[in-house]
Design a protein around this ligand. Sequence first.
Ligand code: ADP
Ligand code: TZD
Length: 581
Amino acid sequence: MAEAGINDARNGSAQDEQATTDGFHLVIDALKLNDIDTIFGLVGIPITDLARLAQAQGMRFIGFRHEQNAGNAAAVAGYMTKKPGICLTVSAPGFLNGLTALANATTNCFPMILISGSSEREIVDLQQGDYEEMDQLNAAKPYAKAAYRVLHAEDIGIGVARAIRAALSGRPGGVYLDLPAKLLAQTIDAAKGRESLVKVVDAAPRQIPAPDAVKRALDVIRNAKRPLILLGKGAAYAQADAQIRELVEKSGVPYLPMSMAKGLLPDTHAQSASAARSYVLAEADAVVLIGARLNWLLAHGKGKTWGAPVSKRFVQIDIAPTEIDSNVAIEAPLIGDIGSCVEALVAGLGDEFPQPDADWLDAIAQRKNANLAKMAATLDKNPSPMNFHSALRAIRDVLKTRPDINVVNEGANTLDYARSIIDMAQPRKRFDSGTWGIMGIGMGFAIGAAVTSGTQVVAIEGDSAFGFSGMELETICRYNLPVCTIVFNNNGVYRGTDVNPTGGADVAPTVFVKGARYDRMIEAFGGIGHHVTTPEELTQALLEAIASGQPTLINAVIDETAGTESGRLTNLNPQSAAMKK
Ligand code: ADP
Ligand code: TZD
């Protein structure tokens, strides 16, 4: 069925002189026309030749060991570049593996396109039992921002264009594009094929906020005594770094970055209120949300965290109008792209930027200094065995000297501690478990970030979190990517000390093999492994990894008693708390 594709793929460059083209070529031509140069994927029927042809035509094809990781790499590429990352998979099971990443991308507002080969419509619809038969289009719909299928070769150009625009415009998200095997092999007249291609113009148009909405927002800001700006990963994605800095610095308003907005302004910035987070959330009288949703990560904008029963005045900048009033009443919604909205606020405030009350700034500074001193004392301790804090101090000190390094981070304790201990100094350099708090993004994000940026990645991983995507170490070695993975090895999920209360032979549900040597996994593929038990050894290994740029895994042995259940999410774990009583 894919034979036309095989022949054409092998004759790739001669194609232009032929009178006909086919689905394989049209897909690649359509992507290239839209400046897409990389595909993350995993081959098999019916898309192997599509991958071959992509490579033959000068695109980069990065092959993975599992589609979920390819999809995560595509999603992070989309987040970093504002171009949709492309993930290519086979039918049914390959598609489903990729679908998790597509759903995660949609949830996090990352633009990506999952392109899957599929079996034939007429067989699928009559449920006659095709190879890897599945109604993929309908399976994708609930988890994607949009889902399209192309049935005719002459529609490939428009199908790819629709997918790109859907992924990028408005709130970005994951788009599914279904390509049945027969479509890829379809031939059409080459000239007709060329004419059918579409170059997307202005895929994410600026959306200028309405003047009355700007005025409403300015009124809230001008009348605030204890204002706070909250930056989310939408603000980082928007690449409106200069405008955001201008608003923050001219207004003198303290700000809090959500985890992936860290580095939009350097975490060491005098106005960062991160070290006084609970205080500012509870005490602010007006909050300007910039590309951050009031979801669980922000306690839904209400309750004790937010200083209830006193309510806040909210300004919310977002491109998605339906996000407004999702959890609490928003007094001043500002709908538009973040660059345009922030620009409008800065212009509206003109030369009369109101400055926050000095008392407010003093109170924040006091809390911040006290908390930073407390944290410094904790970080300075040198317990044996090494714990999360002393290991992260070592990593922090190395990363401080290299603000250009991309940081990937997942786990429970590993995520919570690293988020607050590792400062970021540049935007869009931190990639983590995100809106779902999902494990398994590690190696996919690391590969996506390394391929997209061409620069060093350090992935700080809980040992459980790492396991979800660990086989991609081979991918990292195969492409010789500058990725250093640090596994915080505490022998289990959260920690390694739980026991089976029955005394039976099975270990407790959270426990792994003790003393596992993750460093030896990367050695199997020719990478460099380190086994470290002290902060000094960790520093040394990390410095070497960064200096060499070689694929490296550092197995960092952490005190197995150090972690808390679910990290800082113990409140979401009521049954577990009850069991321990
Ligand atoms: P965080 O998890 O960091 O708090 P969220 O993912 O919850 O951030 O929120 C990101 C928000 O940013 C989403 O509501 C999304 O609609 C919005 N957004 C994304 N890109 C833009 C943009 N260019 N302009 C305006 N809003 C955007
Ligand atoms: N599966 C998926 C896909 N996402 C999840 N979040 C979980 C399971 C549940 N889970 C967490 O929320 S954190 C975590 C799991 C399994 C791992 C924590 O252990 P770790 O990190 O070793 O990665 P720490 O630092 O030891 O806590």
